[in-house]
Design a protein around this ligand. Structure first.
Ligand SMILES: C[S@@+](CC[C@H](N)C(=O)[O-])C[C@H]1O[C@@H](n2cnc3c(N)ncnc32)[C@H](O)[C@@H]1O
Length: 320
C-alpha cells in the first residue's frame, strides 16, 4: 500500500459535506483487480467509494451499491442516474445474496458503521448534541433507541454496554440511566450525558470517550450491527469469485474484533470440531487468504484532513 498520499481530491459524484470516503486510494488499488468485473459497495453512504471504484472500471464493469438508509439510497440513485454500470438498492447487506449470485463478484467493500451525514443530522438521533431525541436507526425498521432502552432492565442495558463497547462501568451506568428513565426524565441525549457526567470514579478527561462509547453501544444494538457483520461477510465470501477481493473498513475495537474473527473462520483448512481426535473434513476448506498481513491504516495526511479516518483499519482478503 503506497504511503504517499496526495492532496484531497474531489471526485464527481461525491459531496464531502455528506461523508468523506476513508482510504479510498488503498481500497481501489487493492480491490479493483478486473476493470470489467462486478463489484459490490455494501455500504454506499455518500457514494464516495462507489465513485472511486467506478473511475477504475471499464465499460463492461458493474457496481451494485447497497445501503439500509433510504436517504443514502435516494441520494445515490440521483448521483448515479446517468451511470448505466451502477445499480443501487435499499437493503441490509445481510441480504446481499438476493442481488449477487454465488461466485459472481470480483470485489466487495464493507465500510462499517455510520456515515458523517447520519451522525451530523440531529433528527436522525445519533449525535450527543444537547436535546437530541434518541432514534439511531440507520434504516426505518425496528424500534428506536429510546424505545429499546425503555424496555431494557439493568442487566440487559449493562450487557449491551459491555459487549458492544467494552464499557467497564456498565452496571453502575445502566443503573443510573434507568433510574433517570424511571424518574420520568426525557429520553434524549441529555439523559445519557448526565448519567455519564455524574458517574463516580471516572476521570474527567475520560468522560467524553465514555459518552461516545455508550452511544456507540446503543446504536450497535438498535441496528444489530454485529449480526449484520456476521451475515454480510459470510454472504460476501459466498458471492466472491475465485481471486475476488474483500475489503472491510472497521472503526473501533469491538467491530474490528468481530470482523477479524468472522474472516478467520474462512482461513481455516480444517473445520472439524475441536474435540475430534482426527480430522474428518478433508482439511480443504480454506476460502480466504490475507492480502494484507496486517490491517492497513490511513496515512498521517489522511488522518489530518479527515478525523473520522483516525481509527480506521482496513482488512483485505482474497477468495482462494
Ligand atoms: C461509513 S458509511 C459508508 C460511507 C461510504 N463508503 C462513502 O464513501 O460515503 C456506512 C453506511 O453504511 C450503511 N450501513 C451500515 N450498516 C449497514 C447494513 N447492515 N446494511 C446496509 N447498509 C448499512 C449506513 O447506512 C451508512 O450509510
Amino acid at each position: 500500500m503506497g504511503k504517499a498520499e496526495g492532496r484531497p481530491r474531489r471526485q464527481a459524484g461525491t459531496d464531502h459535506g455528506y461523508h468523506l470516503p476513508v482510504m479510498a486510494d488503498e481500497i481501489t488499488e487493492q480491490m479493483v483487480i478486473d476493470p470489467d468485473g462486478m463489484y459490490l459497495d455494501a455500504t454506499m453512504g455518500g457514494g464516495g467509494h462507489s465513485a472511486r471504484i467506478l473511475e477504475k472500471l471499464g465499460s463492461e464493469g458493474r457496481l451494485l451499491g447497497l445501503d439500509r438508509d433510504m436517504e443514502a439510497v435516494e441520494r445515490n440513485k440521483a448521483t448515479f442516474a446517468n451511470e448505466p454500470r451502477v445499480r443501487v438498492e435499499r437493503a441490509e447487506f445481510s441480504r446481499l445474496a438476493e442481488f449477487c449470485a454465488p461466485g459472481s463478484l470480483a470485489g466487495a467493500l464493507f465500510d462499517l458503521g455510520v456515515s458523517s451525514r447520519q451522525l451530523d443530522a440531529k433528527e436522525r438521533g445519533f449525535s450527543f448534541t444537547p436535546g437530541t431525541a434518541l432514534d439511531m436507526r440507520m434504516g426505518s425498521e425496528g424500534p428506536a433507541a429510546s424505545d429499546l432502552i425503555a424496555g431494557w432492565d439493568e442487566w440487559e442495558l449493562a450487557s449491551v454496554l459491555r459487549k458492544n463497547a467494552d464499557v467497564v462501568e456498565a452496571k453502575r451506568l445502566a443503573r443510573s440511566i434507568l433510574a433517570a428513565v424511571e424518574q420520568g426524565d426525557e429520553m434524549n441525549s441529555d439523559l445519557i450525558r448526565k448519567a455519564v457526567e455524574k458517574l463516580p470514579g471516572v476521570r474527567d478527561d475520560n468522560r467524553n470517550s465514555l459518552l461516545a462509547r455508550v452511544f456507540q453501544a446503543i446504536r450497535m444494538e438498535v441496528n444489530d450491527e454485529m449480526g449484520q457483520v456476521d451475515a454480510g461477510l459470510k454472504a460476501a465470501v459466498a458471492s466472491l469469485r475465485s481471486g475476488g477481493r474483500l475489503c472491510v473498513l472497521s472503526y473501533h475495537s469491538v467491530e474490528d474484533r468481530r470482523v477479524k474473527e468472522t474472516l478467520a473462520e474462512f482461513e481455516k483448512d480444517c473445520i472439524c470440531a475441536r474435540n475430534l481426535p482426527v480430522c474428518m473434513c478433508g482439511s480443504n476448506n480454506r476460502q480466504l487468504r490475507k492480502v494484507l498481513r496486517k490491517p492497513g491504516l490511513p496515512t498521517d495526511a489522511e488522518r489530518d484532513r479527515n478525523p473520522r479516518a483516525r481509527s480506521a483499519k482496513l482488512r483485505v482478503m482474497e477468495k482462494v
